[in-house]
Design a protein around this ligand. Structure first.
Ligand code: FO1
Length: 326
């Protein structure tokens, strides 16, 4: 079982599938990044996993569809309808239309995700963390914004949707808090707690520990179920050499008071949750700190440069799982 955010989680899963092609893999996907745009429900992380494993992803970008065009977005812009900062392509739009249509007809997000996956055949069972609406918001200082993105004026702090923080602002201003709005009353989606209870091993890919894995763990019952599953829980550090491998994880880590180091992220999850942690070889010096925190730790190459390198990482994670199980 794997908890996954977007690009990092999806690429890790591709390596895992390559390493153990016959394994039954259930993925719990983050839905805190979801956003409603143009009356449509967009689920970036679920779609990134689905497209990546289903062969439809834009490889260089890591999100959205390959061979994409943007006629709909351009036509909307011609009507003055935005946001112009979020790149929804024509092919991608079809996914959001199908999802929204099914949800308007009364289907749950998990039922819709299953229907979308019937087309993409990702080779994993992809479950949203919850069928309830959860939206990650980021608290920022309006004084930090330049004029082009100023708020209405007056207020000094405001909460923006995670996508606005990530894509529009490029995480260029400090995040003072990250709040998964709605998580506290959300219920795990059908199948999520059973998948955790039935798992042989639980993996945290090198996804963002705050806005990806952290949001999944914020759904009441999920963290507890993982801690009590009685199987090895192994994570891979998204921080290599004190910087995020990709993305801007350091920005949101500081919002929750966690240093951008591989050891600090392991301690943030804690030994109550994690049994094992992989750090990159450049961070080999920090393995003792992690072990001192009660988490078995190994240093191995953690750059997901291609599927083969990622498959090797997945094998290392599974080997560490066997080591802690023994
Ligand atoms: N990321 C960007 O940097 N710019 C975009 O315009 C953008 C659009 C987008 C549309 C659909 C989708 O599924 C993902 C998209 N992403 C875009 C990626 C996304 O914002 C984030 O990387 C994830 O939410 C973080 O996991």
């Amino acid at each position: 079982m794997v908890l996954a955010g977007g690009i990092g989680g999806a690429r890790f899963l591709r390596g895992l599938k390559s390493a153990v092609p016959d394994a039954e893999v259930t993925v719990i996907g983050n839905t805190g990044d979801d956003i409603h745009l143009f009356g449509l429900k967009v689920c970036p992380d679920l779609d990134t996993v689905m497209y990546t494993l289903g062969g439809g992803i834009h490889e260089e970008q890591g999100w959205g569809r390959a061979d994409e065009s943007f006629s709909v977005k351009e036509e909307l812009a011609a009507y003055g309808v935005g946001p112009e900062w979020f790149g929804l392509g024509d092919r991608d739009f079809a996914t959001h239309i199908v999802r929204t249509q099914m949800m308007s007809a009364g289907y749950s997000l998990s039922a819709v995700t299953e229907a979308l996956c019937a087309r993409w055949q990702p080779g994993v069972r992809l479950l949203p963390m919850t069928d309830d609406r959860v939206e990650t918001h980021v608290l920022i200082d309006t004084a930090d914004l330049d004029d082009s993105v100023q708020g209405d004026g007056g207020e000094s702090r405001k909460a923006v949707h995670f996508q606005e923080y990530w894509v529009r602002l490029r995480a260029s201003v400090d995040a003072h808090a990250v709040v998964p709005v709605g998580a506290e009353t959300a219920k795990p989606a059908p199948g999520v707690l059973d998948a955790i209870a039935d798992a042989d091993v639980i993996l945290f890919p090198p996804s963002n520990p705050v806005v990806s894995v952290g949001t999944i763990l914020a759904v009441p019952g999920i963290r507890e179920a993982i801690a009590e599953a009685g199987v090895p829980v192994i994570g891979l550090s998204p921080i290599v050499g004190n910087a995020p491998v990709r993305g801007m994880a350091d920005k949101v880590l500081s919002a929750v008071g966690v240093e951008s180091t591989a050891a600090a992220v392991a301690q943030h999850y804690g030994s109550g949750l994690l049994d094992g942690w992989l750090v990159d070889t450049v961070d080999a010096g920090s393995t003792q700190d992690v072990e001192d925190a009660g988490i078995r730790c190994r240093a191995v190459p953690l750059m997901m440069t291609d599927t083969q390198a990622t498959a090797t990482m997945a094998r290392e994670a599974l080997a560490l799982a066997e080591e802690v199980r023994a």
